[in-house]
Write a new protein. Structure first.
Length: 82
C-alpha cells in the first residue's frame, strides 16, 4: 500500500511532464531540417550509445576481475612488531 501511494503521484508527474514536452515540441515552429542533418544526428546518437556501452562494459569487466581493488603492499615483518 505504501509503494502504491508513492507510485501514483510519481506516475502522474511523469505523464504530466511527457504531455507538456509533447505539447511544447509540436508548438515550436522553425525551418525544416535538411536530410543530411538527420543522418548526422542519427550517427551522433549511435556513436554516443556505442561509446557509453563500451565504457560500461569496461567498468563491469574491471570490477569483476579485481582491477578495482586497492593495491596491498606486503608489509615487512619486524621482529618487534606483531
Amino acid at each position: 500500500m505504501r509503494k502504491l501511494a508513492l507510485a501514483i503521484p510519481l506516475l502522474a508527474l511523469l505523464f504530466a511532464a511527457l504531455w507538456y514536452a509533447a505539447q511544447s515540441w509540436t508548438a515550436l515552429e522553425g525551418p525544416d531540417m535538411p536530410p543530411g542533418l538527420y543522418v548526422a544526428m542519427g550517427l551522433g546518437i549511435l556513436f554516443s550509445i556505442l561509446i557509453g556501452s563500451g565504457l560500461m562494459a569496461l567498468v563491469f569487466y574491471s570490477s569483476r576481475h579485481g582491477y578495482d581493488e586497492p593495491s596491498q603492499k606486503e608489509e615487512e615483518e619486524h621482529p618487534d612488531r606483531r
